[in-house]
Design a protein. Structure first.
Length: 275
């Protein structure tokens, strides 16, 4: 699943092109792309206006007022915007025609090769769609309280890598950026979260915010053609990674070969000497 910076790139692109747009027609081309929906998606969306495009952590939605179109990108989901007829992908799962705020016809195509993603029309509770109600604030949100979240992290006895991936504690930090934040903060992924000092936990959250902001500035992290922004362009932060995917390569701080271990079923890359 794309991580926070990748989803934020998509959110910004959708907001730029579709803010204020109205749905004119919607066609579901693959049933899995709208699984869990009782009524036909076209009946729910046609005539709805996109007030805002929002995100929390890795979760994206189109704000339609009291309701929302929740978008789960899955492993390979793409939200592609263009002129009508531009998208010809054989993996298009949902096609929507819209009129933008300037009165121009636009096309929104949900392309998903692996069909793990979906669109879901859902009510909002407390300003977020029902499927996102349990998700914690992420480090890039204005109301994120780094000190309070650091205290919450320190109550957990699990390895700190696992705690960073718990979306009910802090959202948006996936496997890549957890490794990067831990490397930047000099904290081993195996260390028990409860052993961190408050200043260490705060510094770790600061590192997570920093690494994600830098990734966002470069368009996100992309390892293949399945992650693209709304214009079909891939991110390239993978060139700047210090830990993730660099097993056996020298640490950029001390030169020690980086190790790869598995924590909670996820690969973790770190330096034994300086973390």
């Amino acid at each position: 699943m794309p991580e926070l910076p990748e989803v934020e790139v998509v959110r910004r692109g959708l907001a730029e092109h579709l803010g204020g747009a109205t749905f004119e027609d919607v066609t579901v081309l693959h049933p899995r792309a709208n699984r869990g929906q009782d009524a036909p998606l076209a009946d729910l969306l046609v005539g709805a206006r996109i007030d805002e495009v929002r995100r929390r952590g890795k979760y994206l939605w189109l704000d339609l007022g009291d309701d929302a179109l929740y978008v789960h990108l899955g492993m390979s989901g793409q939200m592609l915007v263009g002129d009508p007829g531009v998208c010809t992908s054989p993996h298009m799962r949902i096609h929507a025609s819209l009129t933008d705020a300037a009165g121009r016809a636009r096309e929104l195509a949900f392309v998903d090769q692996r069909t793990f993603g979906r669109w879901l029309y859902t009510p909002q509770v407390g300003g977020v769609p029902v499927p996102v109600a349990h998700v914690a604030l992420d480090p890039l949100e204005e109301d994120f309280d780094r000190v309070a979240v650091a205290r919450l992290i320190r109550r957990k006895r699990s390895p700190i890598k696992s705690v960073l991936l718990n979306q009910e504690i802090v959202s948006g930090i996936g496997n890549i950026y957890a490794d990067e934040a831990l490397w930047q903060a000099g904290i081993a992924p195996t260390r028990r979260a409860s052993s961190l000092l408050q200043r260490e936990a705060v510094a770790l959250l600061e590192a997570a915010e920093d690494v994600m902001r830098r990734a966002l500035a470069e368009g996100g992290t992309s390892f293949d053609s399945l992650y693209v922004n709304v214009n079909g362009e891939s991110g390239y932060f993978s060139r700047s990674l210090n830990a993730y995917g660099r097993e056996g390569e020298p640490c950029r701080r001390c030169g020690t070969p980086l190790r790869r271990i598995v924590i909670g079923g996820r690969s973790s890359h770190f330096c034994e000497k300086c973390q």
